[in-house]
Design a protein around this ligand. Structure first.
Ligand code: OTU
Length: 646
């Protein structure tokens, strides 16, 4: 391995003239080539080493390298001017996404407003929310009927015709950019739909495309793999393989039967997906959400999740992006054990990552009214490498899984298995006294495992409270909703709002009447745009108005607090088991955040405020109220404070 740098250099010397020739033949100019070559020389040693490790034993390795470099150069040549400008700006300010102004939002175009063109009408609304990052859920061509909410992609280059066109998407990306928002799209690279051209060719018997997937003539290999595989969607179909009578083959399908896992051991697959990635980048996508990262490499005898090669593939994609689309960032979607979540996060792999641990444990604390597991887990699991950031969210289009570490639970006196059973019971409303109205998702009859569906508002008690009509209960539910948001807005990283939550949208049970959706309870929390709620958003006498008003106020407040930028955060003792306490600091500004997860008033001793706080005279920027650390502070039910010096 010590010889790699020399071999890398020799390989590059051989390849460069041919790549430059192809670049010039395509009409590329000298300035663009110089920029490309400079970045390629910088990234080449690691890209070469990664690809050599993955594919070096293939007889045609050098051919694939050459084709890859030509595709990268071609893509750089075709990259629109405005994106090259963005590349320059973001390369010069590589920490741009650590700003206290960063604010994410996510929505389904079809469910929110129907089409890409209509979405433009809502740009003022997104600006009102302070969004700087807009994730549009999968919107490319997909099978009619059940397509897993678009996660079965039939073409990475054609927008679903119900939603619009690819040209409209590219225009929207630029319009969003002008309005201060970066476009985020999914990169669903673990699988294609069974209607993708590659899958169709495989079905037609083309051996080159059959090698794009995992096909088996009988149960020998599927049985061997399944001995150690986890089932992801056990209520949809048992096991991870699907029998195709037309092909007389078993196909690897980790998720639904129509989602075919791609075989990344084949360099042609890697190269094909790299080209799709660069196409998306040139549409104007600023961040790619890397879907289902744990699953992209299979190894017999393992659970085929989080394999070392999965990291190498993503790192190689990262190096390619640095050369051909430098402003492009990756967001990891690994909803797995927290150690594994962390393993994808690095400037050389995914600069951004969902924070499923914070998400799950905020709900855990809301159910138990105690912060011990949350505080303990965050105290040693929140820190990220420099140049990386968490995407902190409360709800997404997916279920909630209880992905905390078992030893973290035991360390604070919690039995992990029993606790997960409790949380599932609590959030599906089966636990007496629960305020939540969720639904079970993918209950596994063998293991007893389950996850939870439901909107933020329904899980936080608003649906139940509205049903009761009791103003006190409604008030309490709103306080829970705002409390949860206060944490993702202040703890460090990019907060991500699931559109609809800002106006308290409750569960939509109508999905059960649609046969394409009825089997998947996640649709209960993927409602259409809540226009009625949005219309009331400026009226503080309404429930949507109270939630929206509070959230927008906090989002704005956050932009005025430099201490809330980036992710440096320290969990501190509150000496009250219901109150989460953490300190944020940047430059000379220091903020002590306290959050009461119970429905009862909770005292915090003055000496603790003095110890962690920035002085004796404090100011709560949330309530705009002076507080003296000479006396105990009493937090009201579900109250939170952000304390700064007077
Ligand atoms: C993702 O989720 C998407 O978010 C889902 O909406 C898709 O159905 C799925 O991939 C297939 O494309 O299991 O329950 O660790 O947990 O990728 C959701 C990552 C999932 C997986 C996650 C997956």
């Amino acid at each position: 391995w010590e010889r790699i740098p020399r071999e890398a250099a020799r390989s590059l010397a051989r390849l460069l003239p041919r790549v430059e020739q192809a670049f010039a033949a395509a009409g590329g100019n000298a300035t663009d080539w110089a920029a490309f070559e400079q970045r390629l020389r910088r990234e080449w040693p690691r890209l070469f080493e990664l690809l050599l490790g993955l594919y070096g034993t293939q007889y045609d390795f050098f051919y694939h390298l050459e084709q890859l470099l030509i595709a990268m150069a071609q893509s750089w040549h075709e990259r629109p001017h405005w994106l090259k400008q963005r590349d320059a700006v973001r390369e010069a300010d590589s920490e741009w996404f650590q700003s206290e102004r960063m604010m994410g939002g996510v929505l389904y175009v079809d469910r929110f407003c129907g089409t890409l063109n209509r979405l433009r009408e809502f740009i003022p609304y997104f600006n009102e929310l302070g969004l700087t990052y807009l994730h549009l859920m999968p919107l490319f061509a997909a099978p009619e009927g059940n397509n897993d909410g678009g996660y079965a992609v039939s073409s990475y280059r054609e927008v679903n015709p119900h939603i619009g066109t690819t040209a409209e998407l590219a225009a929207l990306a630029q319009e969003l950019d002008r309005a201060g928002m970066s476009l985020v799209l999914d990169f669903v690279f673990n699988h294609t739909s069974d209607e993708h051209e590659w899958a169709r060719r495989a079905q037609a018997g083309d051996p080159d495309y059959q090698e794009f997937y995992f096909l088996f003539p009988d149960r020998t290999m599927p049985d061997a793999y399944e001995r150690t595989l986890r089932e992801i969607f056990p209520t949809v179909r048992r096991g991870s393989f699907t029998w195709r009578p037309d092909m007389q083959r078993w196909v690897w399908t980790t998720f639904n039967s129509f989602q075919w896992d791609l075989n990344y051991a084949n360099p042609a697959v890697f190269r094909a997906m790299a080209a799709e990635m660069l196409f998306l980048a040139n549409l104007g996508v600023a961040v790619l959400r890397l879907d289902a990262v744990p699953f992209i490499w299979k190894r017999l005898g393992t659970n085929c999740e989080n394999q070392p090669e999965a990291h190498q593939i993503i790192q190689a994609f990262n190096a390619i992006a640095r050369v051909a689309a430098p402003a492009l960032l990756f967001k990891s979607e690994a909803i797995v054990h927290p150690d594994d979540v962390l393993s994808y996060i690095s400037p050389h792999e995914c600069q951004l990552s969902y924070n499923p641990l914070l998400m799950a444990l905020l709900w855990e604390a809301l159910a138990t009214r105690e912060v011990k597991l949350l505080a303990h887990s965050l105290s040693h699991r929140f820190r990220l490498p420099a140049g990386c950031a968490w995407i902190n969210y409360l709800r997404s289009h997916d279920d909630i899984g209880w992905t905390f570490d078992d030893n973290d639970a035991r360390a604070v006196g919690i039995d992990p298995w029993g606790h997960r059973q409790f949380l599932n019971a609590f959030y599906t409303g089966r636990f007496a006294g629960s305020f939540a109205r969720g639904l079970p998702f993918q209950e596994n009859p063998d293991t007893g495992d389950a996850r939870v569906s439901g909107t933020l508002a329904s899980l936080a008690g608003l649906e139940q409270a509205l049903g009761s009509g009791d103003p006190q209960m409604i008030d309490t539910a709103i306080r829970r909703i705002v409390l949860l948001h206060s944490v993702i807005l202040s703890i460090g990283g990019i907060p991500l709002l699931y559109l609809g939550d800002e106006v308290g949208t409750v569960n939509d049970y109508s999905y059960v009447t649609d046969p394409a959706k009825a089997v998947d309870s996640r649709w209960v929390h993927r409602p259409a745009r809540n226009q009625a709620g949005m219309d009331q958003r400026h009226d503080p006498a309404t429930v949507p108005g109270r939630i929206f008003g509070e959230l927008v106020r906090l989002i704005r407040l956050r932009t005025s607090l430099p201490a809330l930028r980036d992710g440096a955060m320290e969990v501190v003792r509150s000496d009250n088991r219901h109150v989460l306490a953490y300190v944020r600091q940047a430059g000379s500004q220091r903020v002590l955040a306290l959050a009461n997860f119970s429905e009862y008033p909770q005292p915090i001793a003055g000496n603790l405020l003095r110890m962690y706080g920035p002085g004796v005279e404090l100011f709560d920027v949330v309530a705009e109220r002076a507080i003296s650390a000479n006396e105990a502070l009493v937090l009201q039910p579900y109250q939170f404070v952000w304390l700064t010096p007077m």
